[in-house]
Design a protein around this ligand. Structure first.
Ligand code: F6P
Length: 403
């Protein structure tokens, strides 16, 4: 039987633990005994508060350096014992950012190959939000939020000071964890499970995504586009119906656009999911109609017939004067979706978007032809539920109340 160590590499808040859990899920589904060995957990249980202090991570502090090394070694031994007892893949979840630390791993684990999986995430918004979330961990319970953030950022800066990307190690993969892309790799002949792990890294993983459109607005009634209108009475009733429909559905994240109609639609859902994280992303703002913002379709037809004709000819590629096209919109929606999925990790999320936004999101999962994308039907009393993993994709449309 072939066995493997998978050692994660990366600064804090780069998606290592999420990726580690996904690798475990996929391998276990294949009947491969997989276990995660987390240095952080071991550190907290062995040292408690002492190891929350940022100076504990100062690489110049010999005493603390040796303590951290002991924790690492203890975990490596546990992983080695577990493989010897019948386990097949041991995932080492720790930063492992220095070449020295990785050399220690390679010196200690000589019985089976070690695959280093380096996680990269250069998105400053995600880094900031993830760092803020870390401050909610029990180890920062005694800190104010600000003090916790400062302390955690100091810890990160110590890691940064010793960070050295994988390169000379015999076997590694470098993954962009927001784009699910392999940036570089060094395969090793005969390395077991490599293909499966690589596949996990490039899969857009969606545990449970609920996608709703905002409720009706005055602009919708008038056939007016864009702007920042409020919901009508009917729109508010639709928002309440959506909240009733999702009342018993676990949601850890709720994303809106920065527009009033999206916020107002999400509000009753937020009220019934008080522990959910809520975030407004500009990437989910409706298609920007430039000079036509706030105009009625009929008025555009009369006063700017070239716009209507241009859209009729190629609705996907047509760009509003000083505005956007579906083609240009796609890139920012994709960025927003990547951000949302990264933050939600493998927990259920809701996005309250707009007609064009939801068309783009759905098209990413439904593989529709680009010329059909701008004509997808996006009603205001129905939401979609999407779930994607390596072996399974599911999509359903769920009406939430006839109105
Ligand atoms: O009409 C509502 C709306 O959300 C507008 O704000 C937006 O411009 C439009 O839908 C997008 O749909 P279409 O591309 O079909 O005009």
């Amino acid at each position: 039987m072939q066995k493997l160590y998978v050692a994660l590499v990366g600064l804090p808040a780069r998606g290592k633990s999420t990726l580690g859990r996904r690798i475990r899920t996929v391998l276990e589904d294949e009947g491969i005994a997989t276990r995660i060995f987390n240095n952080g957990e071991m550190r907290r249980s062995m040292l408690g508060e002492r190891s929350t202090h940022p100076e504990f991570y100062d690489p110049r502090d010999a005493e603390n350096r040796s303590l951290r090394e002991q924790i690492c070694l203890r975990n490596l031994e546990r992983a080695r014992d577990w493989l010897a007892e019948g386990g097949q893949v041991a995932i080492l979840d720790a930063t492992n950012v220095s070449r020295k630390r990785r050399a220690l791993i390679l010196r200690t684990l000589t019985d089976w190959p070690v695959l280093f999986v380096q996680c990269v995430n250069e998105d400053p918004l995600l880094q900031d939000l993830c760092e803020r979330r870390k401050t909610q961990l029990p180890e920062y319970a005694a800190y104010t939020e600000e003090a916790a953030l400062e302390s955690f950022r100091r810890r990160i800066s110590y890691y940064e000071s010793i960070y050295s990307p994988v390169q000379d190690e015999p076997h590694w993969l470098c993954v962009d964890t927001t784009a699910n892309r392999i940036l570089d790799e060094r395969p090793l002949d005969g390395s077991p499970y490599y293909a499966a792990i690589r596949q996990v890294c490039v899969t857009t993983w969606v545990h449970s995504l609920y996608l709703a459109r905002h409720g009706q607005t005055e602009f919708n009634i008038e056939g007016r586009i864009g702007g920042d209108p409020n919901l009508t009475e009917k729109g508010t009733a639709q928002a309440e119906a959506l909240a009733r429909r999702l009342r018993d559905t676990p949601l850890e994240w709720i994303f809106t656009s920065t527009r009033r109609r999206s916020h107002a639609t999400a509000a009753p859902v937020i009220a019934t999911h008080q522990n959910a994280h809520v975030l407004a992303l500009r990437e989910f703002d409706e298609l920007w109609a430039g000079d036509c913002e706030g105009m009625r379709y009929v008025d555009i037809g009369e006063t700017m017939p070239e716009v209507t004709a241009g859209r009729h000819k190629d609705k996907y590629g047509y760009c509003y004067p000083n505005g956007e096209s579906y083609a240009t919109l796609k890139e920012r929606v994709q960025r927003g979706l990547r951000r949302a999925l990264f933050l939600a990790a493998d927990s259920p999320l809701l996005i309250v978007g707009h007609q064009a936004i939801n068309r783009v999101i759905l098209s990413l999962f439904l593989r529709c032809r680009r010329e059909d994308l701008p004509y997808m039907y996006i009603p205001q009393n129905e939401f979609s539920h999407i779930s994607v993993s390596l072996r399974r994709q599911s999509f359903e449309r769920l009406p939430y109340e006839p109105v």
